[in-house]
Design a protein. Structure first.
Length: 495
């Protein structure tokens, strides 16, 4: 554990995030108090807020190891926060002997910085200088964020944020729960007799949303989870049909129609290869679904078993080839780097397998272990597992994606991410996922339906964002659907 003592409560989140970025394997406790209020720790950091300066003192086994200070003006919180993080970063870097690829940036959406500056007509040199001087970001990550920002602007150039919106539908069922996963998901085998009940109340929420948003243009639809294709074919058919019908997306053959001033994209996470069948893909193809995901996470058989994925590498290949044969021309594949017991060579082998398949999108995730995941809640049981991510591994995935003709088009970060890196989506030209960019850039309202889904309503062209979530528990969602709808109604009335 690492402990941080403050003389008054302020900037706790920023301090915690930065210390955790340097020491992801350690628990970090940040609070106002005195030394006796803290447990024994790997090192103890004392931060004192004075009238015009902030001082830092590092202690290890009661011995003072390092000190520093920075000027402060608490009437200007933004500048003071930047100075605090800059000086703390320098001291942590000296103490640990490490540098972070993203410098002091610990937020989820670093691309918002170059995106905003590009919109202000700043040059790339100005953006590079600002991100280097303000956040100590590496040249590599600055270049990546600028490239992603430019591609995002291109993809979103024709979207009317004010008069458009996107739709997320959550299907919280999975074949099994992975070792690293903290998403709200329920074993499909245990819920097979209540899927109809779930779809009944989901349709009620869909119907209300379609009527409420009928004067807006629906730009993208994303069905996620969980694993949507864990639904039996007849239930998947019902789900797609009721979305298409209520939102008026169908032509006479119940095929989704795309085009200018209409829907741009409809994604369904096929996700787990062991949930994919020809019958389910036929349902999606029948309705002209434009984009699907088939997510191996890794192409190493031993890792799949270790993390609780019940599919095989061969099933990944079979599912992908089947989807291609049926005419799906925009297939995403998710990977995770930093998985337990995986080396850089294992990642290379996975990328070689993907290179043979030639997916249209590849999303590379750096492992982020959430508090509710078994890797975290049962740490003693899994303490022997080795997990590592490196700059070299991240570069390797980027190089392979470039060889496959895929370009980075969206990027986000998560707490407790292995190696303090990022998740990057790569796509072939014309195949970028519109919804993925919109959910990251927060410029458009996203109506999210289903158990555990969180809607984000954008006010005043992005100046304010309000969130409203549905309950995570499926039974509670079914019983309290009217309350979930009422929450959204109240939020939208305040736009």
């Amino acid at each position: 554990m690492i402990t941080v003592e403050l003389n008054k409560a302020d900037f706790e989140y920023d301090i915690h995030s930065l210390v955790k970025a340097f020491y992801p394997e350690q628990d970090v406790l940040v609070k106002a108090g005195s030394r006796e209020d803290f447990p024994e720790s790997f090192f103890h950091l004392v931060i004192l807020y004075e009238t015009e300066e902030i001082t830092f003192s590092f202690y290890q086994k009661e011995e003072q190891m390092l000190t520093g200070k920075t000027a402060a003006d608490f009437s200007d919180r933004r500048t003071t926060k930047n100075r605090l993080k800059q000086r703390l970063y320098e001291l942590l870097s000296d103490f640990s002997g490490r540098k972070l690829p993203w410098g002091t940036l610990t937020g989820i959406r670093p691309v918002k910085i170059p995106m905003s500056m590009l919109e202000q007509k700043k040059t790339e040199d100005e953006i590079r200088a600002y991100m280097k001087e303000t956040y100590f970001a590496s040249d590599e990550k600055i270049s990546l964020s600028i490239e992603v920002a430019k591609r995002e602007r291109e993809v979103l150039s024709g979207i009317d944020y004010e008069n458009g919106y996107s739709l997320y539908i959550g299907i919280p069922f999975c074949p099994s729960t992975c070792l690293y996963c903290s998403f709200t998901s329920y074993p499909i085998a245990q819920w097979k007799n209540r899927i109809g009940d779930y779809l009944d109340v989901l349709e009620k929420e869909i119907c209300w949303t379609a009527k409420t948003m009928q004067k807006k243009t629906l730009n993208s639809v994303y069905i996620g989870g969980g694993t949507p294709t864990s639904l039996p074919p007849e239930h998947l058919e019902r789900l797609i049909s009721m979305i298409g019908r209520h939102f008026r997306l169908f032509d006479e053959q119940e095929r989704i129609v795309y085009g200018e001033n209409r829907l741009l994209e409809f994604t369904v996470e096929a996700g787990r290869p062991d949930s994919i069948t020809k019958e389910k893909l036929q349902v999606l193809k029948k309705h002209n679904i434009s984009r699907i995901s088939i997510n191996p996470q890794t192409m190493k058989e031993e890792t799949l078993r270790l993390i609780g994925r019940s599919h095989t590498v061969e099933q990944v290949r079979e599912s992908f080839h089947l989807a291609r044969e049926m005419g799906f021309d925009n297939i995403n594949m998710d990977l995770i780097v930093g998985l337990p017991e995986e080396s850089m060579e294992d990642v290379r082998c996975t990328m070689e397998e993907l290179k043979k398949l030639r997916p249209d999108n590849v999303t590379v995730h750096s492992l982020a272990v959430k508090r509710a995941a078994r890797l975290q809640t049962q740490r003693e049981e899994y303490a022997h597992l080795h997990m590592e991510n490196t700059w070299e591994t991240i570069r390797l995935t980027a190089e392979y994606c470039a060889e496959m003709g895929l370009f980075p088009y969206y990027l986000y970060r998560q707490k407790n991410m292995a190696g303090n890196f990022e998740n990057v989506g790569y796509a072939a030209l014309g195949k970028a996922g519109v919804y993925n960019i919109l959910i990251m850039e927060e410029k458009q309202t996203i109506m999210a339906l289903g158990a555990g889904a969180t809607s984000k309503v954008v006010f005043a062209n992005g100046e304010r964002i309000e969130r409203v979530g549905n309950v995570k528990d499926v039974t509670q969602y079914i019983e309290r659907i009217d309350e979930m709808i009422e929450r959204k109604r109240k939020l939208l009335e305040n736009r």
